[in-house]
Design a protein around this ligand. Sequence first.
Ligand code: ADP
Ligand code: ADP
Length: 217
Amino acid sequence: MRIVLVGPPGAGKGTQAQFISSHLSVPKISTGDIFRANVSGNTPLGRKAKEFMDRGDLVPDEVTIAMVRDRLAEDDAREGFLLDGFPRNVPQAETLKKILAEMDLRLDLVLELVVDDDEVVRRLSGRRTCRKCGRIWHVAFDPPSKEGVCDVCGGELFQRDDDREETIRHRLEVYQEQTAPLASFYADEGILVGLDATGPVEEVTERALAALRPFTE
Ligand code: ADP
Ligand code: ADP
């Protein structure tokens, strides 16, 4: 299956992507994770992306699209993938459509995670991520048993630089202006499914898997 997760920062895309990708046995491709790995490694790509990420702006399309094109060409993405954080504007969505069409492929489904801004701020301000395995935690809503340490791999948890309040607010504006129009783009394509992303993580996962069932049965 070829799936895209869209939704505001903090909606729970990365959290749900962890479960959905393992359930479907397809790779999770998170553009944010790839950019952050490049920033930590101080690669040329990371150096290009960093200033945009620190401000909460989108990294320019030519940089992002080249990176995604390369990633989709890798072997493990041949049978399907779950995109988390890409596309993030209509030009990226149009380019993705072309890249897939060149391979005689198309997206099966776009899941839109719907939550309000207050919940987004609560989720982002307590988000912690494992430096080693990337598992996403929350200090109140999904805390590890030992503060600051990942239960899964023992790695150190960190708070993302862009999860500060001013940057969060700017990212929400960017989302409204540039990413929200994807909903009508994919509704026109007939592949958009809206998902209530409020409530406990497991309930949201249940709803997501229910939306996928017609494709997996
Ligand atoms: P969140 O999970 O909070 O929505 P991400 O981890 O997806 O954030 O993205 C973090 C940052 O990486 C974004 O604010 C943006 O700067 C950059 N980024 C990620 N994906 C894209 C994309 N598809 N296009 C442009 N920039 C992106
Ligand atoms: P996104 O990838 O959309 O930016 P994340 O998956 O990183 O969002 O989730 C943001 C924060 O919210 C994380 O700290 C995560 O643990 C927490 N979170 C995710 N889903 C839920 C939920 N259903 N209820 C409460 N907190 C959640």
